[in-house]
Design a protein around this ligand. Sequence first.
Ligand SMILES: N[C@@H](CCC(=O)N[C@@H](CS)C(=O)NCC(=O)O)C(=O)O
Length: 233
Amino acid sequence: MTVLRLLGYPVSNYVNIVRAALIEKGLEHEFLVTRSSQEPTFLQISPLGKIPVLETSEGALTETVAILDYLDDAFPDVPLRPETPFARARARQIINIVQVYVEAQVRQLFPGVFMGGENLATTEVAVRSMLDRAIAALARLLEPGPFLFGDRPMQADLFTFYNIDIADRVTRFTYARSIVEEIGGLAQWCAAMRARPSTGTVMAEFETSFEAYLAAHCAPYRPDEYKRSLSNA
Ligand SMILES: N[C@@H](CCC(=O)N[C@@H](CS)C(=O)NCC(=O)O)C(=O)O
């Protein structure tokens, strides 16, 4: 029997995407709480020292998109990618936009929001400018009904949900604006995503670990002060 072991920390949006995918696919797995690290032993399984890492019977994998594709190829019973080439490409288009033009942007602001550091005003301006373009793109692309492709969440839903959750926290804190509200039309999708048992499991652990993480970093961000439409409406 194939043993899957996910290494990661429940505060990580990327770890949570993989964890939700494992649950949505009904795959038995172990979750081992692990922080990112530059230790030589960790770099042997995670070349950049990042989480998530998925340990499989064939070896260890990193990079969330690669892990998601591996899971779908190796365990096709509950696919998380649409069937047709065009829909599949469209799903990957959404994932790419979210990863590069939303997540990688707001990540630059994590130090001043979640880590007790400071963000430069110039960084805030540059990030906002790219987010504005990404928001307009996603408003054009996302057509949830209530999910993005079909009647259950797929890769694109999970990738968008957990990344936009963290992005919404950052934009509310930094700009007093909500990326979720600005994309628009996501209320039913958010509710449908929140109703998934996978979301319940993953977000429950996120909330607890996140509180501890913020306290440990003396972060200015307070989840209760930023009422949100996404994970805890
Ligand atoms: N491109 C990677 C990003 C993963 C990532 O940035 N993980 C963060 C935690 S959310 C991390 O390990 N950060 C530590 C570091 O960058 O050294 C993926 O898709 O998995």
